[in-house]
Design a protein around this ligand. Structure first.
Ligand code: UDP
Ligand code: MG
Length: 317
């Protein structure tokens, strides 16, 4: 049997007073099982991250912690959003833990998938993605928007795991790498596949939210999707360049057409000149913007200062 690992769960909470006690109850039970099955060490903890909640979330976390020191908490100074709350939790937990699992507070993620995730970890995987195997319990709206989102990301060339949200196991080694990504516009789902290392996937049934409302209204969802694309892809810039080229090509066709019509003498004076100018200048401008876009794309990559590589194994001695 492997040496038991210290597992920290990181759970972002924003106005989750309605679900927190139930989540705590279920996780307590889960940890008892995991510890008695020798899957995790007794020093394993659960870290709640209060993302500047306006309800009683933090005082609940305080009293949960007082009753049982398996449950820990950190409180952000204000609402910083799900992704930032997650990062705060992950980077705090990694100083104490061997493995970290992030999960939502609302019990939509199946906590029984944790066993399978740990199994995959013991098989040597450094990242284990929790992937929902169906969206039966999601509303039509959520299902459609989410699926179009994953498709769009793929078209834009962003490497994301289909139907994986932020239910994920990572080893401390991976989080040490992750710490090198200094970007402010965070889209964690896009970063972890970039890090590399051996990874695997665990499927689970995603449940309905246990109580309370979604903290991701449509507006937040849209800005999240937008962040995901603009933080990982410069394809939109390149599309402008391609469009410019296409319009410039069209302008040549228009030029020939206009001249033919002129020669045939069917036009009012000035028409040929104006038609050719409009298309040619339009194409030229679009092309120029595209060229500028290419350079902006380079600046964009440089300013991110992303790490160039991580060494997984060494044979140096
Ligand atoms: N959350 C957060 N800060 C926010 C919004 C959400 O920490 O500004 C947390 C929330 O408490 C939950 C998780 O992020 O644990 C996912 O949110 P939610 O379940 O509302 O999203 P949905 O499942 O509807 O996409
Ligand atoms: Mg949820």
């Amino acid at each position: 049997m492997n040496k038991e690992v210290i597992l920290y769960m990181v759970i972002p909470c924003y106005n989750e007073e309605e679900v927190l006690l139930e989540t705590t109850k279920r996780l307590k039970e889960k940890y008892k099982n995991l510890i008695s099955n020798k899957l995790i060490s007794k020093e394993s903890k659960i870290l709640y991250v209060d993302d500047g909640s306006k309800d009683k979330t933090w005082s609940l976390i305080e009293s949960i912690h007082k009753n049982n020191n398996t449950f820990l908490g950190i409180k952000l100074s204000r609402n910083k959003g799900h992704q930032n709350a997650l990062v705060a939790g992950l980077l705090t937990a990694k100083s104490y833990a061997d493995v970290i699992i992030s999960m939502d507070a609302d019990l939509q993620d199946d906590i029984h998938a944790i066993d399978k995730m740990l199994e995959e970890y013991y098989k040597g995987n450094e990242i284990v993605y929790g992937v929902r195997n169906s969206r039966k319990k999601d509303s039509w709206f959520k299902k459609t928007t989410a699926q179009s989102f994953y498709k769009l990301m793929k078209i834009m060339g962003v490497d994301v795991i289909y139907n994986h949200a932020d239910f994920r196991l990572t080893s401390r080694k991976v989080l040490d790498c992750f710490e090198n990504y200094k970007e402010v516009n965070l889209f964690l789902r896009g970063i972890f596949p970039l890090i590399g290392y051996k990874s695997s996937v665990v499927y689970y049934e995603r449940d309905k939210r246990f109580a309370g409302e979604s903290k991701y209204p449509f507006k937040k969802m849209l800005s999240f999707a937008c962040d995901g694309i603009t933080s990982f892809s410069i394809k939109p810039l390149r599309m402008v360049l391609i469009l410019g080229m296409i319009i410039l090509l069209i302008s040549i066709v228009i030029m020939i057409y206009s001249l033919v019509v002129k020669i045939m003498g069917k036009v009012v004076p000035g028409w040929t000149f104006i038609t050719i100018s409009i298309w040619f200048i339009g194409g030229l401008q679009m092309l120029s913007i595209g060229v500028i876009g290419e350079y902006i794309g380079k600046i964009y990559h440089e300013t991110k200062q992303r790490p160039r590589y991580f060494i997984e194994k060494e044979l140096l001695k």
